[in-house]
Design a binder for this molecule. Structure first.
Ligand code: HXC
Ligand code: NAP
Length: 307
């Protein structure tokens, strides 16, 4: 894909990405590095982070700081943010990308399963945002928070209920802090992705190829997203060009959310014959209505009246 960005779009910006060693987090990190940023990646599995950092640095020649951290632990988050701040001499932006998800009938979930997802997504995003927000405010410097939510953060979704509740909370945090911290130079935005085939999400949520096919069927543009497409959107939002966007949530889903919401969207599966029958029936109904109206107009006064 041809780059639409100047190669120094994010020159020397320091961007901390939670969950930055895999999937979409890593794709964003790679793109930010290509655009001149310095990147810290934080998640639980140190070997995964180290391997990712080595590969990302080799590919870009840029600076990647990997640091192990479970975002469910607020003290660990503080230590992690301190370490990144010290390593780079400050942080300019945070991407709340770490997530956990369990697809299951909700009544089958234990309270530990619920806590696990809420802890990673809602508490983790909150702790990271607070840890950086406090430092930015104390220093009188601005900052950017970008949270990766989902299209179902707005309307909820059956079978991924802890994730839906947690992402809705992250969206509420985003919109609330945009207003509270905006006057002090901190903007908060979110991206709501539709399906992007990453190992972390697909192995857990859509492992069967037939499930994948039906997921693609629901997307008007008939394909899943490419990680680079999301990474480019994130780069724009964190760049100077995105500075006036605050408190918004940008959907990137090929139209999937709108299709699900449209009451007649299912009609995309009708055959030519079925469309023909529908048209004939609709035109017939119109003709019949006009015929009866004409008859009534020509009828003697009082005809058709119940009086
Ligand atoms: C029911 C489950 C379960 C499952 C785990 N549990 N998986 N219950 N169905 N499939 C239960 C466990 O039995 C345990 O409860 C509790 O959840 C915690 O499980 P652990 O494995 O101990 O938790 P932990 O090691 O913290 O792992 C967290 C996780 C795991 C969320 C369960 O999946 C994970 O590490 N995920 C990170 C990556 C990820 O999920 N990526 C996808 C993001 S996609 P008990 O009671 O037995 O102790 C996304 C949006 C996708 O967010 C949208 C697509 C369009
Ligand atoms: P992924 O590769 O599984 O990413 C999740 C990341 O979160 C992993 O790197 C994981 O690393 C990290 N993580 C999980 N628990 C953590 C914890 N307790 N502390 C710190 N880090 C933790 O999946 P992905 O598809 O790239 O998802 C990235 C983001 O996009 C998520 O916010 C997800 O909700 C969102 N999203 C994805 C899709 C999609 O279709 N892929 C759609 C909508 C939204 P460790 O295991 O090393 O901790």
């Amino acid at each position: 894909m041809t780059s639409v960005f100047a190669p120094d779009l994010l020159q020397d910006r320091v961007i901390l990405i939670t969950g930055g060693g895999t999937g979409l987090g890593r794709a964003m990190g790679e793109r930010f590095l290509e655009l001149g940023a310095k990147v810290a990646i934080a998640s639980r599995r140190e070997p995964v982070l180290r391997a990712a950092a080595d590969e990302m640095m080799a590919a870009s020649g840029g600076d990647v700081f990997p640091i192990a951290c479970d975002v469910r632990d607020p003290e660990a988050v503080d230590r992690m943010v301190d370490a990144v701040w010290t390593h780079f001499g400050g942080v300019d932006a945070l991407v709340n990308n770490a997530a956990g998800n369990i697809a299951a009938p909700t009544e089958k979930l234990s309270h530990r399963a619920v806590d696990s997802v809420l802890g990673i997504v809602l508490h983790g995003s909150f702790y990271c945002t607070l840890a950086l927000g406090k430092r930015w405010l104390a220093d009188g410097r601005g900052g950017r928070v970008l949270s990766i939510v989902t299209t179902y953060a707005e309307g909820g979704s059956a079978y991924v209920v802890p994730s839906a509740a947690a992402k809705a909370g992250v969206l509420a945090m985003t919109r609330s802090l945009a207003v509270e911290w905006g006057p002090r130079g901190i903007t908060c935005n979110a991206i709501a992705p539709g399906p992007f085939p990453t190992k972390g999400a697909w192995d857990r949520l859509l492992p069967d190829p037939s499930l994948m096919e039906s997921a693609i069927d629901r997307i008007p543009v008939r394909r899943a997203g490419e990680p680079i497409e999301l990474a480019n959107l994130a780069a724009f939002l964190l760049s100077d060009a995105g500075a006036y966007i605050n408190g918004d949530c940008i959907t990137i889903d090929g139209g999937e959310k709108l299709k699900g919401g449209g009451q007649f969207s299912w009609m995309g599966s009708l055959t030519e014959e079925q469309w023909g029958a529908l048209e004939a029936s609709a035109r017939g109904a119109t003709k019949a209505d006009r015929g009866s109206a004409a008859k009534q107009a020509g009828a003697p006064r009082g005809a058709g009246s119940s009086r």
